[in-house]
Design a protein around this ligand. Structure first.
Ligand SMILES: Nc1ncnc2c1ncn2[C@@H]1O[C@H](COP(=O)(O)OP(=O)(O)O)[C@@H](O)[C@H]1O
Ligand SMILES: N[C@@H](CCC(=O)OP(=O)(O)O)C(=O)O
Length: 377
């Protein structure tokens, strides 16, 4: 794919039909950490303007914990998970109530979607989320998405909403991702560092990941800082979606394609959402160890993993679950979705397709991991 120019990326954002906008806690709160209704109203005005011009808008909004800790009597954002979850439970309702009132000024309805990492890992939940979001957008609603903090356990939590927003962008097949935060752009180093310079355009986010110095959040209310925002821009780029990162006050101009903040070029053609999910969001539940020939074929690309080239299966998983494909030295080569339950696999190992068909029947004559369900790492 030819590298798009800065101007072209901005134009494609201006022309985007379906747009995912992510707003961070720090952009919705006062310095005290409490929810700031004026900031929320200003953001909603910019989004409503785009919506009323025909864009399909999904808002991924943080701020539940920030909205909840004040009313619960805490002076600052609590650090322990259980209290954060309690704050999110109280704050999510308060946040939605504000969005409801604010969007209703423009005659726009909102719908709440609380999502967990599991919903982006399991194919059935993923498709369920996709169907609901698509239908809401068809009905002209602005879905307001957040992680289901009150229930998500720490091991599978995203924790930040940046990467979640990139997955949502893929789920709704968005044409653009807009990341709104408390800095106006990506800088060559954290803006507090002397000499850091603003970056207007990132043609290749994979290179930027190595070159830009980023830090975590320093706002006291945000979570991932610039690290997870760059990861989100990367996930968008590899699924063919241009992104722009800027401050919430620039939401309007950013959506119009004006040269505010930092624009990120897509680096691949739009790939399948399944592959993005496999690569970035799935948590493998087992391992298939490939022999030298199979490892070579998988590494070379576009080859399925056949039972004949697999030496060992580890873990307890079901057909459709994500698994690692390792080489004999234990190095991860790829992630993929298993075609079979782990308990079915041992008797299939080392056998070619004709043998599998003869011994076990047609339903066993398929690859252990089909190439469409496999992503190199
Ligand atoms: N290279 C960088 N460029 C811009 N901002 C950076 C960089 N490295 C770290 N940051 C910090 O990331 C912060 C934004 O992240 P965060 O507080 O998590 O916001 P949000 O709540 O919007 O997710 C900024 O306030 C900034 O200080
Ligand atoms: N889901 C959490 C978001 C966590 C968070 O602070 O994220 P972010 O501000 O986007 O870095 C909430 O609503 O409070």
């Amino acid at each position: 794919m030819a590298q798009p120019t800065h101007e072209r990326v901005r134009r494609s954002i201006a022309q985007a039909q379906t747009i995912v906008v992510k707003v961070g806690s720090s952009s919705l709160t006062k310095p005290s950490g409490h929810l700031d209704p004026a900031k929320l109203d200003a953001l909603v005005a910019a989004l409503a303007c785009a919506r009323l011009q025909g864009a399909r808008i999904v808002l991924v909004s943080s701020g539940a914990i920030a909205a909840g800790f004040g009313p619960l009597g805490f002076e600052r954002r609590p650090a322990d998970i259980a209290t954060q979850q309690a704050c999110a439970s109280v704050g999510q309702g308060l946040l939605m109530a504000r969005y409801e009132v604010s969007f209703s000024r423009f005659g726009i309805r909102v719908g709440q979607i609380l999502i967990t990492a599991e919903d982006t890992i399991r194919a059935t939940q993923y498709h369920n989320a996709q169907r609901t979001l698509d239908r809401l957008l068809d009905l002209g609603v602005v879905p307001v998405v957040n992680e289901n903090d009150a229930l998500a356990n720490n091991e599978i939590r995203f924790g930040d909403n940046d990467r979640l927003s990139a997955l949502v962008a893929n789920i709704v097949r968005a044409d653009a991702l807009v990341l709104l935060t408390d800095v106006d752009a990506l800088y060559t180093a954290p803006p507090s560092q002397p000499g850091s310079k603003k970056i207007d355009f990132v043609p290749d986010v994979e290179r930027a990941l190595n070159e830009v110095k980023v830090a975590g959040s320093s706002s006291g209310v945000g979570t991932g800082g610039m690290v997870t925002k760059l990861e989100a821009a990367h996930m968008a780029a590899v699924s063919g979606i241009p992104a722009v990162l800027t401050c919430a006050a620039n939401a309007g101009p950013a959506l119009m394609g004006d040269p505010v903040g930092t624009a990120f070029a897509p680096i691949k053609r739009r790939g399948s959402s399944r592959r993005l999910w496999i690569k970035f969001a799935s948590h493998p539940r087992g391992v298939l160890v490939a022999d030298t020939g199979a490892a070579q074929a998988v590494r070379a690309g576009r080859a399925s993993l056949l039972s004949a080239g697999v030496l060992e299966v580890r873990g307890d998983f079901s057909a459709g679950d994500p698994i690692w494909i390792d080489d004999e030295s234990g190095k991860h080569i790829a992630k993929g979705l298993s075609g079979y339950d782990s308990e079915e696999i041992p008797r299939m190992l080392g056998r070619n397709t004709a043998q599998l068909r003869r011994f076990f029947g047609d339903e066993y004559a398929h690859p252990l991991v089909h190439r469409d369900n496999l992503v190199l790492v």
